[in-house]
Design a protein around this ligand. Structure first.
Ligand SMILES: Nc1ncnc2c1ncn2[C@@H]1O[C@H](COP(=O)(O)OP(=O)(O)OP(=O)(O)O)[C@@H](O)[C@H]1O
Ligand SMILES: [Mg+2]
Length: 373
């Protein structure tokens, strides 16, 4: 059966990938934390590893950093297997969730630390610290303040400055924004994007937050249960999620179970609950085959009495979340025996629904995602 392809572009030539994760598996006893993952990371790209808690993200990052070794497979940095190089000789900057700054030391002492470890000329150190401060946009006269006196966002900037001050080729970020409040997190997101644009750093960033991944990454590696589900741009994954997991994890998607019941020209028909859903896809399915169907909340239309499409059903509004420019509904659809999330862009006064209202929901066949079970 021909399913959608994950990343249709040619894999990068060997020399183009700074880091090549090649068939890497990591076992902890009987647990497989990372399961045969291959990711060629391109020179200068911002790659985000996105997955839920326990997916194996940190384990993967630790292996790139050299804190852990793969049970199987190999990681290459600049075409060299990394097992050949001890961690301190690798050209890698790191920022972890817990920042790990030295709170009693000054900003200058924190940022200079990796330079001193590398025994750089003291005359150069001041200049490099100053450049790093400028890059993360911290005032140069902050250098003598103890780090513990700075705000959360300022400490975050110090942590970035310390990670990039010696100009590593690779920067590893493990949930670096998770300790910040929402507003600061948004601010630091755009700061990170700017820092990436102003340097030629290759960044590997780990998060469980899809908004963070979608807004910052050049490409996203979706991982679940140690396995790579999809590797593509944010737009690519959103438009063509390769697996039900990718469909559910990125965007607001309702998944339904169905059985292939027939076809009509370009369209396939799946039996769902007591009803049917018409879909359009290039993939081939067999009659009676069990499938999973995905519906994106924002592709569903909700109306008072009619939605002109093959897929239109009576629904009852169960929950309403008003968000200003849009409203999120949860509706039940008896015919499909389903509970479905629906996003409605602001339709103008008097056209929203309240809890308990009956309505009609509908979506186009082309907007149905279909996967073999
Ligand atoms: N040193 C270890 N020994 C045993 N099991 C481990 C070890 N490190 C990680 N694990 C297990 O491996 C799995 C993956 O853990 P990992 O820390 O990589 O997840 P994660 O994706 O980073 O999750 P989170 O988002 O919660 O940080 C988990 O089940 C975890 O319990
Ligand atoms: Mg982790």
């Amino acid at each position: 059966m021909a399913l959608r392809e994950t990343d249709t572009r040619d894999p990068p030539a060997e020399h183009e990938s700074v880091v090549h994760i090649d068939g890497v598996t990591k076992n902890f006893g009987s647990l497989t934390a990372v399961d045969d993952v291959s990711i060629p990371i391109r020179d200068g790209e911002f790659l985000t590893i996105l997955g839920p808690s326990g997916a194996g993200k940190t384990t993967l990052l630790h292996m790139i950093a050299g804190f852990d070794t793969p049970s199987e497979g190999e990681i290459y940095i600049n075409d060299q297997p990394i097992s050949d190089e001890p961690p301190y000789e690798r050209d890698i900057g790191l920022v972890f969730q817990s920042l790990a700054l030295f709170p009693h030391m000054t900003v200058q002492q924190n940022i200079a630390f990796p330079l001193k470890m590398r025994r750089e000329d003291p005359d150069d150190i001041d200049e490099q610290v100053e450049e790093a401060l400028e890059l993360v946009r911290l005032p140069v006269d902050y250098r003598d303040k103890p780090v513990g006196d700075l705000s959360g966002g300022q400490q975050q900037r110090v942590a970035f400055a310390r990670a990039i001050v010696y100009e590593p080729t690779l920067l590893l970020l493990d949930e670096p924004l998770s300790s910040l409040d929402k507003k600061l997190r948004e601010e630091m997101r755009s700061e990170l994007t700017r820092i990436h644009a102003e340097t030629d750093l290759t960044i590997v960033h780990v998060t469980h937050n899809q908004t963070e991944a979608l807004s910052m990454a050049d490409r996203i590696a979706v991982i679940n249960d140690g396995r790579l589900e999809q590797l593509d741009t944010a737009e690519g994954i959103y438009a063509n999620p390769a697996t039900p997991f990718a469909a559910e994890f990125i965007g607001d998607t309702t998944m339904l179970d169905g059985t292939i019941a027939g076809e009509e020209g370009q369209h396939g028909i799946a039996a769902v609950g007591r009803g049917e859903i018409t879909f359009e896809t290039d993939a081939e399915f067999e009659l009676e085959q069990r499938v999973r169907l995905g519906l994106r909340a924002e592709r569903i239309v909700i109306a008072a009495d009619d939605v002109p499409t093959e897929n239109s059903y009576e629904a009852t509004v169960e929950q309403v979340g008003f968000e200003g420019s849009r409203t999120q509904y949860t509706v039940t659809v008896p015919e499909l025996d389903a509970t479905i999330d629906v996003t409605q862009q602001d339709p103008g006064p008097g056209r929203t629904f309240e809890r308990g209202d009956t309505a009609v929901v509908g979506w186009e066949p082309v907007d149905v995602l279909v996967y073999p079970e």
